[in-house]
Every structure is written in structure tokens, then in C-alpha cells.
Ligand binder design. Structure first.
Ligand code: NAD
Ligand code: UGA
Length: 468
């Protein structure tokens, strides 16, 4: 009979492990959930008495408040949590490799492997091990091999793939009511039995018909495929936005008209300065690498173009800024509103804002930045990484981090909207206009502002995907 899960350990207390397993704890009071991490500062933040959690995610603190200390625990005692658990989620980071074979494309599986080796080293009972991280295909096979080669005799390890589909900024809603939960297992009696143990966990709150069970390899590939197809929609709409700007068509009208076809659907068709986030680019490059390894160069080229188009969109946008400001921004003040890769998160990984600011700094502009959720230290870290050859003191001479949107947007030459934070719509633009150098420019990289109203005030406005 399938194992009834009573204790869960989640290795990795990041953007996925934290919210996912906090929600499991909330919804399954009969299961003890311990989330562990090597990073002590991160665990301390999860345990902080005033709920200053390590990640900003609307609704997350409520979930943690209800479950923490009841059946939800955050700890650095990794071995203890592994030993006690019946089921272990591996939810560690899988970044793109920076060097070695597959550098720039393949996923770095170092963290997955060390977590797996830790499980093998300390387990004294059989475990269900669940791949939660996004991984290349067949990683489950490598995990099984490592576990079987290194564990104590007589123990069983069943490996499941259970990729996560939450989006940052809406993680709690996504976890409460997922479109689907995907569980991949070997199609053996043991594999299916392990899958049904995990189904029982999710069935505490997810309707059974939304829990899909498939083979391990289909599950691993489906995660890469979902992200590739989502990103492809954005690159498609962004490619069309360039045509709109050159012709006078309006990308919102085009997206609306196209999205009305129920086969296309209306969601995820917003033109932008380019997609960011820790996963889209990484997972597509992973798919490109897989395709190349399988000697499928046409397939690789097809998916690679989604990333190429995204790079182009970011470059195209910063070029529009320079071109519009009379072909030079040297010494000019450019205000960038938004630094996170999307609204409602403090996450800056692969944020398009970073690329834009790097471009502006290379043109020797002065840049003022404001984001409601990203702290200063993170901004300096990201800019240093984007400009590795410029000493941080020099970057700091060119950049100011402002305490509010209004402060950032005042006394500047141009305002660039990089993230779609709602508060940017509510700025008193007439007041801002009074303080700006003239002509006063706004570049709306998210198409959130009312351009006609702004033009009435006196601004020169360029909106992504709209020709004038
Ligand atoms: P993250 O970097 O925020 O968190 C990973 C955590 O794992 C870190 O805190 C790190 O210290 C910890 N860790 C690494 N190795 C460890 C080890 N051996 N033992 C204990 N802790 C260890 O990453 P994330 O954004 O949560 O992403 C995790 C995975 O989930 C990735 O594979 C990613 O592709 C995937 N994913 C992410 C999202 C998202 O929205 N961020 C969504 C779906 C899937
Ligand atoms: C994305 C997927 O949506 C999740 O399903 C997936 O689990 C996750 O990646 C992952 O694997 O990490 P996330 O990156 O958190 O989630 O956020 P998205 O809402 O997908 O936004 C990604 C980027 O695309 C953002 O920069 C966003 O601004 C941009 N975007 C999104 C657009 O430019 N236009 C759109 O219409 C939608």
C-alpha cells in the first residue's frame, strides 16, 4: 500500500521551496513540514519574529503566520530533517552553468547532486524523493543512481518529478488553486505507489482532476516546455510590438484582437521591455542544450530565437531612449522606475531593468532608480554584476537610488517605466512635469500609463508597441 506521508522535508528555502511547502503545511495540518537550507541568514529570516521573510510575496506572511510553529518549521539542521522525513522535496537552485561543458546553456546540477548525496549519506529509512527544482531531462535517473550507490543497504528510494508552475507575485494564489499539479513517476507498481502518496498530499486541497500523473520523462520535459511556450508568447508579442511602433498600429489592440480567438486566449500577451525572472531564459537555454545534445539543431535554433528576440527587445528599447533624446544621453538624468523583473516581487534576477540601466550607464548617463520592494544592497550587487569591469565606486558616482517614485521622477530628463508597479500609474505626473527638464520625456516600457493624458500635460511619450 502507498506510504502515508506524515513528515515532509524540503531542501531549499527559496522562492519555490518556501512558499510551496508553507502552503502544503497550511493545507495539511496532519503533516509536519520542515524546510531546510544551508543559508543560515535565509532560515533566520523565515523564522523572524516580526515576519520579515526573505522573499516578498503577497499573502505569504499570512500563510507563514498560520502554520509556523504548528506544523511548519524552518531549520538549518538538514540531516535531522532528512532522517525524519518520509518524503523529501529537492527544491534547490539550478542556475545556468557559467563554465565547463555546456557553459551558458546547460543547467548547473551541482546543488541537486549535493542535496541528493546528503540524502543518501544520512537516510536510515526508505524515502520518496521529489524533484521540485526545474531540471534537465533524466535528472531523476541520476538521482536514483546516486541514492542507490551511496545509501545504506535495504533502503528504498522512489524518485518522483513534481515541477512547480507558480509565478512570483501570485505564488500564493497559484498554489491555492493551481491550474494543475504534475506528478511524474516510473510506470512500475512501486513508482505508481509513490506517486499516489504524493497525490494524497495535494488532494488535501487540490481537486483530483487537476492532479495529473505522467511518466517521469514527460514530467521533466513538460516543465521546460511550459516555460518555453510561455516565453515564446511574450517574444511573439514583442516582435509584433516592433512592427507596431514602426507602422502606427497599437500592440494592445492587436493582442486583444488575436487573443479573442479562443485557441490563442487573452492571457500573457502584454508587450514589455522584455521578459526577466530566474527561469524563462534559463529553462529555454536548457531546452536548446538538450536539443543540441540530441542532434536536433533545427529544434535548438527554433527555441533559441525566443531568447534572441528578448535580447533584441531590451536593446531596441534602450536605443529608442537614446535616439529620442537627440542621440545622446551623456550627462543626462534618466530615471528608471522599477527594478524588479515584474510587479509584486522583490526579485531582480534577469530583470530587464538591469540591462537597460547598464546600457544607459555605458552611454555615460546619470541614472536614478526607484523600486518599492528591492533594497539598495541588491541594486548595487546587480549593477556590479552587470558591469564587472567598472569599480563600484564609479558606478555609485553615476547612480542614485531614490526613496520614492515622486522623488525619483522629479528634476530629471526622462522617465523610463521598467516594471509595471501599480503605484507608477498613480504618480502626480503634472507635478513631476513641473520639475523636469524640457522637453520632458516618458518611455513606458510596460504600457501602463495613459499616454494621451501625459501628452496633454506636455510630456513627449513613447509607449512600447505604439507608433505615433
Ligand atoms: P532559490 O535560489 O531562491 O532557492 C534555492 C535555495 O536552495 C537557496 O536558498 C540555497 O541556499 C538552497 N540550497 C542549495 N543547495 C542546497 C543544499 N545542498 N542543501 C540545502 N540547501 C541548498 O531558487 P528558487 O527560485 O526557489 O528556484 C529553485 C528551483 O525551482 C529552480 O530549479 C527553479 O528553476 C525552479 N522554479 C523556480 C520558480 C520561481 O518562480 N522562482 C518557479 C518554478 C520553478
Ligand atoms: C514563470 C512562469 O509564469 C511560471 O509558470 C513558472 O513556474 C516560473 O516562470 C518558473 O518556472 O520560474 P515568473 O517568471 O515568476 O513565472 O513570472 P511571469 O509572470 O511568468 O513573468 C515572467 C516575465 O515575463 C516577467 O518579466 C514579466 O514581466 C514578463 N511578462 C509576462 C511579459 O513581458 N508579458 C506578459 O504578458 C507576461
Amino acid at each position: 500500500a502507498p506510504v502515508t506521508v506524515k513528515k515532509i522535508c524540503c531542501i531549499g528555502a527559496g522562492y519555490v521551496g518556501g512558499p510551496t511547502c508553507a502552503v502544503i503545511a497550511l493545507k495539511c495540518p496532519d503533516i509536519t513540514v520542515t524546510i531546510v537550507d544551508l543559508n543560515k541568514a535565509r532560515i533566520d529570516a523565515w523564522n523572524s519574529p516580526d515576519y520579515k521573510l526573505p522573499i516578498y510575496e503577497p499573502g505569504l506572511d499570512d500563510v507563514v503566520k498560520q502554520a509556523r510553529g504548528r506544523n511548519l518549521f524552518f531549520s538549518t539542521e538538514i540531516d535531522k530533517a532528512i532522517k525524519e522525513a518520509d518524503l523529501i522535496f529537492v527544491s534547490v537552485n539550478t542556475p545556468t552553468k557559467k563554465s565547463g561543458v555546456g557553459a551558458g546553456f546547460a543547467a548547473d546540477l551541482n546543488y541537486v547532486e549535493s542535496a541528493t548525496r546528503r540524502i543518501a549519506a544520512v537516510a536510515t529509512s526508505s524515502k520518496i524523493v521529489v524533484e521540485k527544482s526545474t531540471v534537465p531531462m533524466r535528472t531523476a535517473e541520476s538521482m536514483r543512481t546516486i541514492l542507490e550507490a551511496n545509501s545504506k543497504p535495504g533502503l528504498r528510494f522512489d524518485i518522483l518529478s513534481n515541477p512547480e508552475f507558480l509565478a512570483e507575485g501570485t505564488a500564493i494564489g497559484d498554489l491555492f488553486a493551481p491550474d494543475r499539479v504534475l506528478i511524474g513517476s516510473l510506470q512500475t507498481p512501486e513508482g505508481k505507489s509513490a506517486a499516489s502518496s504524493l497525490i494524497d498530499v495535494y488532494a488535501h486541497w487540490v481537486p483530483k482532476e487537476r492532479i495529473l500523473t505522467v511518466g517521469l520523462w514527460s514530467s521533466e520535459l513538460s516543465k521546460l516546455a511550459a516555460n518555453a511556450m510561455l516565453a515564446q508568447r511574450i517574444s511573439s508579442i514583442n516582435a509584433l510590438s516592433a512592427i507596431c511602433e514602426a507602422t502606427g498600429a497599437n500592440i494592445d489592440e492587436v493582442a486583444h484582437a488575436v487573443g479573442k480567438d479562443s485557441r490563442v486566449g487573452p492571457k500573457f500577451l502584454r508587450a514589455s521591455v522584455g521578459f526577466g525572472g530566474s527561469c524563462f531564459q534559463k529553462d529555454i537555454l536548457n531546452l536548446v542544450y538538450l536539443s543540441e545534445s540530441l542532434h536536433l539543431p533545427e529544434v535548438a535554433a527554433y527555441w533559441r530565437q525566443v531568447v534572441t528576440m528578448n535580447e533584441y527587445q531590451k536593446r531596441r528599447f534602450s536605443k529608442t531612449v537614446v535616439d529620442t533624446l537627440f542621440n545622446t544621453i551623456t550627462g543626462k538624468n534618466i530615471t528608471v522606475l522599477g527594478f524588479a523583473f515584474k510587479a509584486d516581487t522583490g526579485d531582480t534576477r534577469e530583470s530587464a531593468a538591469i540591462t537597460l540601466i547598464r546600457d544607459f550607464l555605458s552611454e555615460r548617463a546619470r541614472v536614478t532608480i526607484y523600486d518599492p520592494q528591492v533594497d539598495e544592497a541588491q541594486i548595487w550587487l546587480d549593477l556590479q554584476e552587470a558591469l564587472p569591469d567598472t569599480p563600484l565606486e564609479n558606478i555609485k558616482k553615476q547612480v542614485i537610488i531614490a526613496p520614492s517614485a515622486l522623488a525619483a521622477a522629479s528634476n530629471t530628463d526622462a522617465v523610463v517605466i521598467a516594471t509595471e508597479w501599480k503605484e507608477f500609474v498613480e504618480i502626480d505626473w503634472a507635478a513631476v512635469y513641473g520639475t523636469m527638464n524640457k522637453p520632458a520625456f516618458i518611455f513606458d516600457g510596460r504600457a501602463i500609463l495613459d499616454a494621451d493624458e501625459l501628452r496633454k500635460i506636455g510630456f513627449t511619450v513613447k509607449t512600447i508597441g505604439r507608433g505615433v
